[in-house]
Structures are given as structure tokens and as C-alpha cells.
Design a protein around this ligand. Structure first.
Ligand SMILES: C[S@@+](CC[C@H](N)C(=O)[O-])C[C@H]1O[C@@H](n2cnc3c(N)ncnc32)[C@H](O)[C@@H]1O
Length: 481
């Protein structure tokens, strides 16, 4: 589609809106659209108020919408521009994306701000009227914000640590994370761990210098379960050496069920790990094989049973809605299997497509008119609530099927603290390893800064000086808070 904009520079947001209605269709900005399908988006500022106008031509018909911005700060102006674009696309296609004009990663942040300003009733109306949100999404946001309010952390005194193990036994076909398959890169694991043993104490020393005490640690992947017992034990010792007081939560993402052994679980238990992630994504054996996961439903159930016997405080399982060839019944069965396994946390992800060209190639699967995945999610939320799990964090990724979201559910006394601290920017997270991104949160101004390590393990092993510069940057940014 050709797009002409004037009076604003919200190109990126227009692309986001277009993706909701026309996934996979490229957007081309130009001064004079010549094709049959085009959009014009304008913003007029005059005498302290602003009006957005969108016109969409789909070849035969023309749709126009205008809206006065509800405020003239960036949020109000952008809101009005997105609103008008939403309306013309919606009228032309009859598609109603569940999150309305909210295309960002964290709808909870926006909801919290509006809730604080207007109270629950007016916030709801405001979101439906101005953000075009579907009413059924609002209770989910509200519940999550209520849980968040109950979790207290002092941003000036507390922080968390993330340790990245970006190796997997094999690559899952759908995976959108940077990780290397160990069958080809096994030889990198030892030097990678050596580099981590340098970075972990350095980053922790910086946190201490700024008076920050660790509240939670998350060892994530990739598949950290890929480490053998000895490697695991040494890594955990390197982390524990930095702890002056017990953690509130220590998560180790074993990841694939086929990496779980009694020996490893014993080591994790002895070293004070409290929360374990064992993911299955689906329990449909045919789909597991098709996406390149080398475990079965039975292995998942056995792995969780073994972990439960060891008495960890909490076990998490990830599921993905929208895997190729998974229908609603199969996804619902996977969820029942996870209930049967008896885990404490269940995180429901919506499949996100790695390359947006897939959206174009497989128009049928990603057609926003078809809400197969939406129904999977709705069913899952209903079942989870009826089983006593509450939603406690949420984020959205780009290019998800049916524009779906990712939501973490937990039994009320087992909320995954790290997920909340990190996703909701409640306090600083120092992150070690390849692909790790440290976030420095300033409590007084709410400013968020990032220090990002290099993506790939081979770079991380080689470029120790760059890592040290990143640690110095963390130090500097903490000092400037
Ligand atoms: C960083 S991955 C690590 C998972 C771990 N390697 C395993 O196999 O269990 C964390 C989670 O992200 C989710 N995930 C990965 N790729 C995804 C995609 N393309 N769309 C949606 N969720 C995805 C999966 O649920 C996964 O468990």
C-alpha cells in the first residue's frame, strides 16, 4: 500500500497499524500515491489543538475519518493519528483487532497510567472509545495491574540478575530467539562459561557499588538445561558467590524436558534454585516432532513429576498457541496435560513469526479475519481462571498470529517475580552473556536505559573488552540515575 503522511512523523506506527489489517503487505511512503490502494494520514495543529485526518482508498471506495486529539502531548497526537487510521481500515475490512490501536509491547503501562488518572470506570470507557480496544480485553489488563500493585520493590535498593545460556540441543523451527544449536557449537559452551565467570562477578560488583541488593536471579535461554551437571554446578556457584543474602526467587530455565535428570535437579536444589521452567509448547507428539523438538508428551509429564518430587517452590511451563497444524482441540488438550502435570505457573505465548515474509507466504494462516488462535487463547484464559490461576504479566510481540499476546498465569502464591520486575520495569536488571540486555531503571524519573551485549556466543567469547566496556557503562548509568 502507498502511504502519504503530512504534519507528523509516525511512519513506524502507521506500519504497525497496517500490519494489523493487512499482514505481509508492504507499506511504501511517498508524496503522491499513484496505485489503487493508498492511505493518507495528516495531522493539523492550530491554536493549541490538533486534528488528525485519515483517508483510505481501496480501489473502489474511499473512507475518511477525522479526530480531535485528546491532548497535544505525543500520546494524544499519536493516539489521534492511529485512531483515524484504525477507523478507515476497520470500515474497509470489518476487522476489529482485539487491542485496538495498541500496537506496543506493553499495554499494561498505558492502562496503569489511564487508570491512575481516571479510575476504573472512565479508564474502561476511554480505552474503548479512543483506543478502540475490545471490552473483553480490559478485565485481563485490570487483573494484571492489580497483581502488579501488590508486588513491592525499592528501585533504589534492589535489582535482579539475568544470565543467558543461548545454546539449545537443536533449533525449533518456530523459535524467534537468538540461540545456537549445540550439535554444531558444542565446543563453544566451555569458553562461553569461562567468559560468564568473568562477567558475572564484575556486573554484581557494580550493583553492590551502587547499593543494589539482588532480589531475584533468572538463568534463561536458549536451553540452560543443556549444561551437564558439572557445568551447572560451577555456574550456580559463580552466581551464589555474589549473593550476600538469600534471594526471593532463583529461576533456572531447564527448557526442554529431555534435558531434565535427577542429578541436575539435585544440583539445582542444593544451590538454592527455587523456580524451574520445563517447557513443552504443545503436548501433541506429531507437532513436537514436526517443529524439531526432540521430546514427547510422556517425557514432559515425567520431567515435571521428577521435578515435583524434589520439592521446588514453583514450576513453570510455556505453551505456544498457533503452532503450525495445531488445531483448537489439540491446543486445549495440551493445556489439560499441563494441568495434569500440576505446574504452578503456565505461560501462554502466541506464535510470533520470525520473518514478516511468512505473513505474506501463508496468507491463510495469518488472515486477521480468521480467529482460530484468538479462540485458543480465550479458551485457555477461561480454563486457567477456572482452575485458580491468575494472570500476572503480559507482553506483546510483533507479527503474532491473530495479533495475540503472551500472558503469564500463576497460582496466587507462586507469581514469577523476575518476570514482573523485568517486564514491568520495576527495578534494574543486570544481564550477563550473549544477547543479554541490561536495563537500568531510575525510580525518580522513570527513565529506562539499556546496555546490550553482543548477540552471538562466538562474539561474546572473543570480545572481552567490549563486555568490560558494557560493565563500565552500567556503572556510569547507575551513577547518573
Ligand atoms: C527463549 S525461549 C526458551 C525456550 C527453551 N529453549 C525451550 O525449548 O523450552 C522462551 C519461550 O519463548 C517462547 N517462544 C519462542 N519462540 C517463539 C515464537 N516464535 N513465538 C511465540 N513464542 C515463542 C516459547 O514458549 C519458549 O518457551
Amino acid at each position: 500500500m502507498e502511504v502519504k503522511i503530512s504534519g507528523h512523523t509516525f511512519e513506524y506506527d502507521i506500519i504497525g497499524m497496517s500490519l494489523l489489517f493487512f499482514p505481509g503487505d508492504p507499506v511504501r511512503f511517498c508524496a503522491r500515491p499513484k496505485e489503487k490502494q493508498w492511505l493518507s494520514s495528516r495531522l493539523h495543529l492550530k491554536d493549541g489543538s490538533a486534528v488528525a485526518i485519515a483517508t483510505y482508498r481501496d480501489g473502489e471506495r474511499t473512507y475518511t475519518c477525522r479526530k480531535k486529539a485528546w491532548s497535544i502531548d505525543k500520546e494524544g497526537l499519536l493516539g489521534a493519528v492511529k485512531y483515524t487510521v484504525y477507523q478507515v481500515f476497520h470500515r474497509a475490512t470489518q476487522i476489529s483487532p482485539p487491542w485496538g490501536i495498541l500496537t506496543g509491547i506493553k499495554p499494561t503501562g498505558i492502562y496503569q497510567r489511564i487508570l491512575a488518572e481516571k479510575g476504573p470506570k472512565d479508564a474502561r470507557e476511554f480505552l474503548i472509545k479512543n483506543y478502540c480496544m475490545q471490552p473483553k480485553k480490559i478485565p485481563l489488563l485490570h487483573q494484571i495491574c492489580k497483581v502488579m500493585e501488590g508486588v513491592k520493590t525499592d528501585c533504589e535498593k534492589e535489582a535482579s540478575l539475568y544470565v543467558s545460556i543461548p545454546f539449545c540441543p537443536s533449533r525449533c523451527s518456530y523459535c524467534s530467539f537468538i540461540s545456537v544449536a549445540a550439535e554444531r557449537c558444542n565446543h563453544l559452551i566451555e569458553p562461553y562459561l569461562e567468559a560468564l565467570y568473568r562477567e558475572i562477578p564484575e556486573k554484581c560488583a557494580v550493583l553492590k557499588k551502587h547499593g543494589l541488593k539482588l532480589r531475584s536471579v533468572y538463568v534463561g535461554g536458549g536451553t540452560p538445561g543443556i549444561l551437564n551437571g558439572e557445568q551447572m554446578s560451577r555456574l550456580l556457584r559463580a552466581i551464589c558467590n555474589e549473593l550476600d543474602a538469600p534471594l526471593d526467587e532463583f529461576t533456572y530455565e531447564l527448557g526442554r524436558p529431555d534435558t531434565v535428570t535427577k542429578e541436575k535437579l539435585q544440583i539445582l536444589k542444593e544451590m538454592g534454585v527455587t523456580r524451574i521452567c520445563i517447557n513443552t509448547q504443545t503436548t501433541n507428539d506429531e507437532i513436537l516432532e514436526a517443529v524439531g523438538r526432540r521430546h514427547t508428551r510422556k517425557e514432559y509429564l515425567n520431567a515435571v513429576a521428577l521435578t515435583k518430587q524434589m520439592g521446588f517452590a514453583s514450576i513453570n511451563t510455556d505453551l505456544i498457541a498457533g503452532l503450525p497444524n495445531e488445531d483448537e482441540q489439540s491446543f486445549a488438550r495440551s493445556l489439560e496435560d499441563v494441568f495434569e502435570a500440576g505446574v504452578d505457573n503456565i505461560t501462554i505465548h502466541t506464535l510470533s513469526i520470525k520473518r514478516s515474509s511468512y505473513l505474506h507466504d501463508d496468507k491463510e494462516q495469518f488472515d486477521p479475519r480468521k480467529d482460530r488462535v484468538r479462540r485458543m487463547l480465550d479458551h485457555a484464559y477461561e480454563r486457567l481462571l477456572s482452575k485458580g490461576y491468575i494472570p500476572y504479566y503480559m507482553y506483546r510481540q510483533k507479527n503474532t498470529v491473530s495479533n495475540g499476546e503472551n500472558v503469564g498465569f500463576a497460582r496466587p502464591d507462586t507469581i514469577g517475580l523476575y518476570n514482573l520486575f523485568m517486564m514491568e520495569d520495576l527495578h534494574t536488571v543486570a544481564a550477563c552473556g550473549a544477547g543479554a540486555s541490561s536495563k537500568i531503571i531510575s525510580g525518580s524519573s522513570g527513565r529506562i536505559e539499556r546496555v546490550i551485549n553482543m548477540k552471538y556466543p562466538y562474539e561474546y567469547i572473543r570480545e572481552n573488552e567490549k563486555i568490560q566496556r558494557n560493565t563500565a557503562l552500567l556503572d556510569q548509568k547507575l551513577g547518573e540515575r
